[in-house]
Design a protein around this ligand. Structure first.
Ligand SMILES: Cc1cc2nc3c(=O)[nH]c(=O)nc-3n(C[C@H](O)[C@H](O)[C@H](O)COP(=O)(O)O)c2cc1C
Length: 206
C-alpha cells in the first residue's frame, strides 16, 4: 500500500502512533525491507555504515521485550501524580501501548557499533547522529506505506537483558531505541501541536 502524501504531508503527519496500531494485520517482510533500504540512504558519520537494525517478529521475543518495556513505563507513568491536557493524553496512549506492546507485530531496534558510556560528546553525538537519521527515514518510509511507528527508549534501562534476548553483543553494540511497527487503523493523521517557532529558533545569536 502507498499513501498519496506530498513530502510536506509526510513530514508533518508522521506521528507517534500507539493507540491506532493494527495488532491483527501482519506486516510483510518485503515492505519492511523497502523501508530499511531507504533508511540506508541516510547520512552517517563514517564511511562504513556502523549501524544495524534488529527486526523482531518472533512472538516470544516481543513478549520478553514488552516485559522490559513495561518495567520502565509503569513507574515512569506513575511519577508526578495527576496530569492534564496533552500530557494526560500521551500518558493514556503509553498505558495502552504498554498493555499491548507484545502484540505489535514488529519491533525494530536500531543499533550502532561501539559503547558510548563516558565517551567525549563529539563521539557520542556523531555515533547517535549516524543512526538516528536512518531510523527516522525508516519511520517516514513506513508511514508512506500505511505503517505507524513510535520512537521509544524505555527498554534501554534494561539494555543488557534485551541484548541477551536478541543475541546482540552488548559489549560491542549500543541499542538506540525500540520502534513498534504495525499498519495503522485509518491513515489520516494530523500535524502535531508544537511550540511557536521563535521560542526555539535563534538567528545569528542565542
Ligand atoms: C528520544 C525519544 C525517546 C522517546 N521515548 C519514548 C518512550 O520510551 N515511550 C513512548 O511511548 N514514547 C517515547 N517517545 C515518543 C514521545 O513521547 C512523543 O510522543 C513523540 O516524540 C511526539 O509525538 P508526536 O510527534 O506524535 O507529537 C520518545 C521520543 C523520542 C524522540
Amino acid at each position: 500500500m502507498r499513501l498519496d502524501l506530498t513530502p510536506d504531508e509526510l513530514l508533518s503527519t508522521t506521528r507517534a502512533v500507539r493507540k491506532r496500531l493494527d495488532l491483527e494485520r501482519p506486516v510483510e517482510r518485503e515492505v519492511l525491507e523497502e523501508c530499511l533500504e531507504l533508511a540506508q540512504q541516510a547520512p552517517t558519520a563514517s564511511y562504513s555504515q556502523n549501524w544495524h537494525f534488529v527486526v523482531v517478529t518472533d512472538a516470544a521475543k516481543r513478549a520478553a521485550l514488552g516485559e522490559l518495556w513495561r518495567q520502565v513505563a509503569y513507574p515512569y507513568l506513575s511519577r508526578g501524580g495527576e496530569r492534564s491536557g496533552q500530557l494526560a493524553r500521551i500518558g493514556d496512549a503509553v498505558v495502552h501501548l504498554a498493555e499491548h506492546i507484545q502484540d505489535v507485530p514488529v519491533h525494530v531496534i536500531p543499533c550502532v557499533e561501539g559503547r558510548l558510556e563516558g565517551k567525549p560528546n563529539a563521539l557520542v553525538a556523531s555515533r547517535f547522529g549516524s543512526i538516528i537519521p536512518a531510523a527516522w527515514s525508516f519511520m517516514l518510509a513506513a508511514r508512506s506505506r500505511g505503517l505507524g511507528s513510535v520512537w521509544t527508549t524505555f527498554h534501554l534501562m534494561h539494555e543488557r537483558e534485551a541484548a541477551e534476548i536478541l543475541g546482540i553483543p552488548y559489549d560491542d553494540v549500543t541499542q538506540v531505541a525500540l520502534i513498534p511497527v504495525a499498519y495503522t487503523k485509518g491513515t489520516d493523521f494530523k500535524p502535531g501541536k508544537r511550540k511557536p517557532l521563535d521560542s526555539m529558533v535563534h538567528w545569528d545569536e542565542w
